[in-house]
Design a protein around this ligand. Sequence first.
Ligand code: DGL
Length: 273
Amino acid sequence: MDTKNLPVGVFDSGVGGLTVAKEIMKQLPKEKIIYFGDTARVPYGNKSRETVIAYSRQIVGFLLAKGVKAIVVACNTASAFALEAIAGDVPVPIIGVVKPGARTASKTTKNGRIGIIGTEGTINSGIYTEYLSELDPGISVFGKACPLFVPLAEEGWLDDPITVDVIRRYITPMLEKDIDTLVLGCTHYPLLAESIRKVAGDNVNLVNPALETALELARILREKDLLSDGSDVPHHRFYVSDGAEKFRSFANSILPCEIIETRDVNVKVFGQP
Ligand code: DGL
């Protein structure tokens, strides 16, 4: 098959990366996606850098074995901890979600006060603060780890009163800092966007890095002459490390296409890319 028509690999610790896959489907409707959700090992957010790097290497190895032409790390935690460590060993273009998210936030803020919510790993890595101050040293960044958000999203409690209470508890101190922009710095969080909006109010812009990530993917594929020519039906494939059926029904509730099949795979057998 022509390299152009090979699929794009997308991965996350679970369902969160579907928010990025959805945006790629919208912006690049001719591309085929191979998605991997590491549902057996979610969450990544409270794991060490070394563990997240090891898991990411296995998944990248799996995606490369499936013949992908590019990889999107649709997980902020893996983008923060593993992207730089593994990118040099990966023979295809690989991008993460943090740089696109930081870029969007810096363009969105008017008062230079930005809140970042994410996993403990992402927030403690300081990566958003680093990129944002490179983009504009005058920006003030307020980070908050929200470890309960991922289990709530994985459970599908997207608009539940309990979810709204948990959100309020995490983000109220940040809202008191007069932020005008809030980055959803974990790919699971856009699933909770309606509930986050209820707490944050209409004066705070919510930034979902997915759009800018999909646009960056489009730019890179175009530059490298890797955009699909559309001669093939975009047939997406989904793999998880556990609970394929639960994943499939959740994915069907948020994606624009129907997923017929999701397969369980053991990624541990895939080592170094
Ligand atoms: N969705 C991921 C992220 O963007 C991982 C969340 C988790 O597994 O803790 O950080």
